[in-house]
Ligand binder design. Structure first.
Ligand SMILES: Nc1ncnc2c1ncn2[C@@H]1O[C@H](COP(=O)(O)OP(=O)(O)O)[C@@H](O)[C@H]1O
Ligand SMILES: [Mg+2]
Length: 525
């Protein structure tokens, strides 16, 4: 680790500490050696109009108190109160303050509230284990800045933008603030190109019924263990491999094991070098699980500014909102009637309003967000808070999982505003409508069959019933990233092949083929 304080006058790329370079594998800020002159901590970091800030990292805590610094006066879990001598020293809300634990680990906290007595109530962005009262705290005059740029591809960083993948230090040439006021401009700006550009995913059920459009926001909703993460990973695999150069994956509040598995899966499928990863998983305090969504979107924006199209994956947006609820409770705010934070809607919108395509040309951000649905209840307030932002909603159903129908997207519960003849074309639209009608009819007939048996159905209904079952099977698909679960090699199916396959089943040309032949296949044989 770079133990020498960087000279602020040189703009040499600073280095961020990497965990494997620090003793014990934990990322630590370097403590100034005895007798070493503390770094000249400048007040009011200059920033240009882009919000770019000259920042030196790693930050070194001064020995003793400096002008304008404060003291930790209370630590209650992830809530840290910092007291300042003069009221003008109290940093702004959302500014960050750096402090240090008893064992010398650097800790960043974000100001959440101002209390009487020059106290800033802060939310910790990493564990407060070992933080003591009276620890010196240095306000950084400005919000959290994270490094951006091509060096972030293939790396995993935390909410602070520090590498956590033990692959050495990051070159920091440019940093961006993770929080910024919403962009001005029109609400619902017209799409940049006349016809929205389709993004083929190679997954039949998505391409056929819930097509992805560049610059759209898409949700994958489902209860626990229905395949949200597997579907997300398959989408990364297919889209990044087939078309895209850029992708940001934000791991918010999910299992650490999953973050690790994702990393290895991306390596195995040779797409890691096109993906930037930001993790604030379950082990992190709520401040990190909340902030990580903004770190992710900041990285996506930085790619977009280079006129590139970028995919932003978030697993899991529900955990981000849940972290917001935890912070709200920790700050003693009265929850709304439904038990969530009173600011649920504004937090959901603060995040989603940042995911928008550049208005004057430029690249697009397409988001794919996994949403955990608590107790499979689609009316949960946190889930409902997201509906308004999402153009397509793919709902995974437990019933389908129980039948082994993967991906478990329920075509009747899901919806997409992109399934439009102007976007997908007349023919595709017509076939998709026929598929939905057939599956709707199947739902009705299935209940009747359960009571009176298949033999009692009319001949016409029996045909519809059989074709719908074939369609249902045809919409399953072996995934590249699920080969370990299914034992079948993955298949990429083009939109044409998917539409064509459904058309052949609907037209009756496949009536002689038994339904099992359509289960977990790619294209129609
Ligand atoms: N496409 C798929 N093919 C086969 N098995 C799957 C598929 N998707 C999910 N599964 C099974 O479901 C389990 C849970 O999936 P996961 O994506 O981790 O769920 P979630 O993220 O919704 O909690 C996986 O471990 C796997 O066994
Ligand atoms: Mg998951």
């Amino acid at each position: 680790m770079d133990a020498q304080p960087t000279n602020p006058s040189t703009r040499a790329p600073a280095r961020l500490a990497s965990p494997n370079e620090a003793a014990g594998g934990i990322a630590q800020d370097s403590a100034p050696a005895l007798g070493q002159r503390p770094r000249d901590l400048r007040r009011g970091i200059p920033s240009d109009s882009e919000g770019r800030v000259e920042q030196e990292v790693p930050w070194v805590l001064p020995v003793g108190l400096h002008n304008g610094s404060g003291r930790v006066v209370s630590v209650q879990g992830p809530v840290v109160d910092v007291k300042f001598t003069a009221s003008q020293d109290v940093p702004n809300v959302y500014d960050v303050i750096k402090t240090r634990t008893a064992d010398g680990r650097g800790l960043t906290v974000e100001v959440a509230e101002h209390l009487p007595g020059n106290i800033a109530r802060c939310i910790a962005l990493s564990s407060t284990l070992g933080l003591q009262r009276s620890a010196p705290a240095m306000p950084m005059r400005g919000g959290l800045q994270v490094p951006v740029g091509p060096q972030m591809y293939g790396r995993i960083v935390n909410v602070l933008g520090e590498p956590i993948d033990r692959k050495g230090a990051l070159e920091v040439t440019e940093t961006r603030p993770i929080r910024r006021p919403p962009l001005g401009g029109k609400i619902n700006p017209p799409r940049s190109n006349e016809t929205p550009e389709l993004l083929e995913t190679g997954i039949k059920v998505i391409d056929l019924l819930f097509p992805l459009v560049k610059g759209s926001k898409n949700g994958i909703l489902g209860g626990a263990a229905l395949g949200k993460s597997v579907l997300t990973l398959e989408l990364i695999h297919n889209i990044v491999k087939e078309h895209y150069g850029a992708c940001v994956f934000t791991g918010a509040g999910e299992r650490i094991r999953e973050g690790n598995e994702l990393y290895h899966a991306l390596t195995e499928h040779q797409v890691l070098d096109k993906v930037m990863l930001v993790y604030g998983q379950m082990n992190e305090p709520p401040g990190a699980r909340f902030g990580v969504a903004f770190t992710g979107v900041t990285l996506a924006e930085s790619i977009q500014r280079e006129n590139k199209d970028v995919l932003l994956f978030v697993d899991n947006v529900f955990r981000f909102l849940q972290a917001g609820a935890e912070i709200s409770t920790l700050l003693g705010r009265v929850p709304s009637e439904t038990g969530y934070q009173p600011t649920l809607a504004s937090e959901a919108s603060e995040f989603h309003e940042r995911i928008r395509s550049a208005q004057e040309g430029g690249g697009s951000i397409t988001s794919l967000e996994a949403v955990y649905v608590p107790a499979d209840d689609l009316t949960d307030p946190a889930v409902v808070a997201l509906y308004g932002f999402l153009e397509s909603i793919m709902v995974l159903s437990r019933e389908r999982v129980q039948l082994g129908l993967y991906p478990a997207v329920d075509p009747l519960l899901s919806s997409s505003s992109n399934l439009d003849p102007d976007i997908v074309g007349e023919h595709h639209f017509e076939i998709a409508q026929q598929v939905i009608r057939a599956l709707q009819k199947y739902e009705e007939l299935r209940r009747i069959v359960a009571v009176i048996g298949l033999e009692e159905l009319s001949q016409a209904d029996r045909t519809i019933y059989a074709r719908a079952r074939k369609l249902q099977n045809f919409l399953t698909q072996p995934f590249f990233v699920a080969e370990g679960y299914t034992g079948k090699p993955g298949e990429y199916v083009t939109v044409r092949e998917a539409v064509n396959g459904c058309e052949r089943i609907l037209s009756g040309r496949m009536d002689a083929v038994p339904e099992e032949k359509f289960y977990m296949i790619g294209v129609v044989p």
